[in-house]
Design a protein around this ligand. Structure first.
Ligand code: AMP
Length: 483
């Protein structure tokens, strides 16, 4: 049974903020973690962003801090009491925004500090006094060294996306930061996986933690329609154009495996007439925030990104996710496609599989415990023209469909590939966070015609058939090779 926030007896200002955000029932992580944190226990939580994890730790921490709440303007009366550490700037901004909303009716202040930006405005914020400090580890250390952040009154520490912090190599920074904090404190650690390194971190810094696990990391939402197309590297862009157009997609995430590939692909797509922006680790902080904003506001249609840059970003209900490259790590497949089909909305996840990706696809298959059918990618412009006689020389019959003629077997003619059930997601789901719901409002400035309508017309002048494409032949045998 899911419980309501009203059962929690939150302080009135917090309850008011929660009600204003439209939250009614708690998510599973909230249901399990909030009472435990309220009791003052350490927590080791396996939960990903998108599960309501931020409120699961922020609300009980704010509730516990309410006893210190005061209206004084003296910074000394607002020492840092809760420290939330995150691996990336975007995640830090996102969590800080949520904390601000939950604390909106209280006198508890919050701030966020992250690298790649001038330290001065952050210093000014810190000097005003903040009870909740959200930070990335490197920049926090800079502020500690500059004596802008004093952490000797910290009572609560949250290590969020801890596995990613270790992946990035933040362990020494974390150890240093933790050494500055009072030993007597509550520590909450959240991670997508409990690897041996995470367990070691937990055993060093957590005391008798309660373990909470929600939504296994290998679960993919049943509302996501998943396709794996066999496409040669040179045809992937063309395939992307075609699917965007055929599905009438308004926006999409396009994942690639490398920073260099990310920048290159974004440039090519932009040249081909698609409104595209790139998000990867080599971009300056300012550029990354701009990229995100332009996607959220609907100014751009495609966000080309790498896993690290996009991890955990709370952009909900993207109509489609493309794996331009199959991810090296099967778990990243689950994270990537978790951005579409959220909250029961239908979503589309398309992966372009090159012949060298067989092992990676087999890993995904194993992780999601679902048989993956590799489909051949057929290009519109490669379809043979209908002959006067209605027959073509390979013996298959042509079926007329309105204006379009497609080559098809009789079964496919009844249910052509492009016409499979799919309702593009146009209505935003119940609005919880208007900022993140923005992109899916039709953009006031956007042309009525998506950019790819025009771009596909231009690109369809090309007609070469990829060597990889064997029309109409199922390639499921790929996984039976036993290699
Ligand atoms: P998080 O996993 O914390 O990043 O949260 C993902 C999104 O879910 C955020 O936009 C939150 O505002 C939203 N959210 C969190 N808890 C709830 C809830 N109980 N009901 C509805 N939406 C929620």
């Amino acid at each position: 049974m899911t419980s309501s926030f009203s059962n929690l007896s939150l302080a009135e200002p917090l309850a008011r903020a929660v009600a204003e955000m439209g939250y009614e029932t708690m998510t599973p992580i909230q249901e399990q973690a909030i009472p435990v944190v309220l009791q003052g226990r350490d927590v080791m939580g396996a939960a990903q962003t998108g599960t309501g994890k931020t409120a699961a730790f922020a609300l009980p921490l704010l509730q516990r801090m309410m006893k210190h709440e005061n209206a004084s303007t003296s910074p000394a009366r607002h020492p840092v009491r809760a420290l939330v550490l995150l691996p990336t700037r975007e995640l830090a901004v996102q969590v800080a925004e949520q904390v601000k909303l939950y604390a909106k009716y209280t006198n508890l202040n919050s701030a966020v500090v992250f690298g790649g930006m001038d330290m001065k405005p952050q210093t000014a914020e810190l000097k005003k006094g903040v009870e909740v400090l959200v930070a990335t580890p490197g920049r926090l250390l800079d502020h500690i060294e500059a004596k802008n952040a004093v952490l000797n009154q910290v009572e609560y520490v949250v290590l969020d996306e801890a596995d990613r912090m270790l992946d990035i190599g933040f362990l020494p920074d974390l150890q240093r930061i933790l050494s500055y904090l009072p030993k007597q404190r509550i520590t909450l650690l959240f991670s997508a996986t409990f690897s041996p390194e995470i367990k070691r971190l937990a055993s060093s810094y957590l005391q008798d933690p309660v373990t909470i696990e929600v939504a296994r990391s290998n679960a993919t939402a049943s509302t996501v329609e998943q396709h794996f197309y066999s496409v040669g590297a040179d045809d992937k862009r063309r395939a992307l154009h075609q699917i965007l157009k055929a599905r009438d997609l308004k926006q999409a995430f396009v994942f690639v495996n490398s920073k260099l590939g990310c920048a290159r692909l974004a440039r090519s797509l932009e040249r081909e007439g698609l409104k595209t922006t790139a998000l990867h680790g080599d971009k300056s902080q300012d550029e990354r925030l701009k990229a995100l904003d332009s996607f959220k506001s609907g100014e751009v249609d495609l966000l080309v990104c790498t896993d690290v840059a996009a991890r955990g970003l709370d952009i909900k209900d993207v109509p489609a996710v493309f794996n331009f490259d199959v991810p090296f790590n099967a778990e990243d497949y689950v994270h990537r496609i978790g951005r579409t089909g959220r909250a029961g909305a239908s979503g589309l996840a398309v992966s372009f599989v090159a012949s060298s990706d067989q092992r990676l696809v087999a890993d995904i298959e194993k992780l999601i415990k679902t048989k993956i059918e590799l489909e051949p990618m057929e290009f519109e412009e490669d379809r043979p023209r209908i002959s006067e006689q209605g027959r073509i020389n390979d013996g298959r019959r042509m079926y007329r469909e309105g204006e379009n003629a497609v080559m098809a077997t009789p079964r496919e003619a009844r249910q052509p590939r492009e016409r499979r059930e799919y309702t593009p997601h146009r209505q935003p789901v119940v609005s919880r966070d208007p900022f993140f719901d923005q992109p899916y409002e039709p953009s006031a400035t956007a042309d009525a015609q998506p950019a790819w309508e025009a771009a596909v017309k231009a690109s369809s002048a090309r007609g070469a058939v990829s060597a990889n494409i064997k029309p109409k032949k199922k390639v499921a045998a790929l996984f039976k090779t036993g290699s």
